[in-house]
Design a protein around this ligand. Structure first.
Ligand code: ADP
Ligand code: MG
Length: 378
């Protein structure tokens, strides 16, 4: 669980902090406060007596426990080291399918956690200390490929799910929808998906920043990219997958003198590391809007509700599990492997500490608590 600091706007407005980390992997959410500005900030009329609303709000007081809690002061590095992300990178090298999800309402810090601050570009890179889980994982992968003396081949694909359409963020030109298929051997996969080999940090960073640019290419690309990233990610789900093919290269270059290396002695392993920046969870409720927005909200609904549903079912004890409806949305189809069985998954729930976000925060915390009960068998 990551609790971001109050933003300048929230502080200026006089929002109260209602989320407090208790230090031992638990957080306490306080819905009512005896002192300080009210929930509506200075403009709201003070409540004269403990009203019914306050009494019912008091019921929201709750404590939640997680494997790790990072509060406002936690650095990007602390999140990388303390969340198990490094181990996940190592498992991907060992051939496992690994996935990191960031979820929470828009503005809760999902993209910040995965990629760092929004105002970075190729000409203005973020300060090293602010880089997110993605860049730190890339660095870790490249570092590991050196220390392990094994031959790692890295390639990346980058997709977004927008309006229940799968689009390739790496393909040049205007976005077009790609078909999602299923086969016995591969499970669900995206047809004609681009995959790009990369060998250096610069190359993958370049790839990321390029993919985040908006379609009309030209002089404005860079200026708009940060904005596009923000606007984009709150309406679509973005999935960056790093394919890690590793071959035990040591044996080839320095054959042991006593043994002839067998082909099976240096098997190749293929793992994946997938980063998922989910659409803002608050969109789930925005179904009252009309036209394009309503279609969008409904489609985000469909994916996030389907994901929530799969997670609830997966959280049941193994014997009591029924059919898991992965086919209900594109998102759950693409993530079937990470959710269901053979994968290792890290979920990072992101929340704002502000009193104004209370109901979204509680819903994220409940969602995260359910997700925590899911066990997989890699
Ligand atoms: P989301 O992707 O969930 O919509 P963002 O990652 O865009 O949210 O974060 C919203 C704003 O809060 C951004 O301006 C971001 O820089 C800032 N922010 C988020 N998390 C942190 C953090 N841990 N420390 C400092 N600023 C943060
Ligand atoms: Mg975002």
């Amino acid at each position: 669980l990551r609790v971001r600091p109050l933003t300048c706007t929230e502080t200026r407005r006089g929002d109260r902090r209602v989320v407090h980390s208790l230090g031992d992997g638990t957080v306490h959410v306080r819905a009512t406060s005896p002192l300080g500005p009210g929930r509506g900030g200075s403009v709201s009329p003070p409540e004269p007596l403990p009203s019914r609303a306050q009494v019912s709000a008091a019921r929201h007081d709750a404590t939640f426990g997680f494997s790790a809690v990072f509060d406002a002061g936690a650095s990007q590095e602390a999140v990388f080291e303390g969340s198990g992300m490094r181990q996940l990178v190592e498992l991907a090298i060992d051939g496992f399918s690994c996935t990191v999800f960031a979820f929470g309402q828009t503005g809760s810090g999902k993209t910040y956690t995965l990629m760092g601050p929004l105002d970075q570009s190729e000409t203005q890179p973020a300060a090293p200390g602010l880089l997110g889980l993605m860049q730190r994982s890339f660095a870790c992968l490249l570092e590991q490929s050196q220390t392990r003396g094994s031959d790692l081949a890295l390639s990346a694909s980058y997709l977004e799910i927008y309006n229940e359409q799968v689009r390739d963020l790496l393909s040049p030109g205007p976005p077009c929808a790609l078909p999602l298929r299923w086969s016995k051997t591969r499970g669900f996969y995206v047809e004609n998906q681009l995959s790009v080999d990369f060998e250096s940090l610069e190359a993958i960073a370049h790839l990321l920043l390029q993919a985040l640019d908006t379609p009309p290419a030209g002089s404005q690309r860079r200026q708009t990219s940060a904005h596009a990233l923000n606007r984009h990610s709150s309406r679509s789900h973005a999935l960056l997958t790093i394919h890690v093919r590793s071959r035990a290269g040591g044996a080839e270059h320095h054959p042991p003198p006593t043994r002839i290396p067998q082909p099976s002695a240096c098997p190749s392993k293929q793992g994946t590391l997938c980063f998922v920046d989910l659409a803002g969870s608050e969109r789930v409720k925005e179904t009252g809007s009309s036209g394009e927005l309503s279609v969008e909200a409904n489609n985000i609904n469909r994916s996030l509700l389907a994901l929530g549903h799969c997670i609830s079912l997966l959280a049941k004890p193994r014997g009591k599990r029924t059919h898991i409806p992965y086919r209900d949305s594109k998102l759950t189809r693409l993530l079937a492997r990470s959710l269901g069985g053979s994968g290792v998954t890290l979920m990072v729930a992101c929340i704002s500490p502000s009193s104004r976000c209370l109901s979204e925060t509680l819903s994220t915390l409940h969602y995260a608590s359910r997700a925590r009960r899911v066990t997989t068998r890699p």
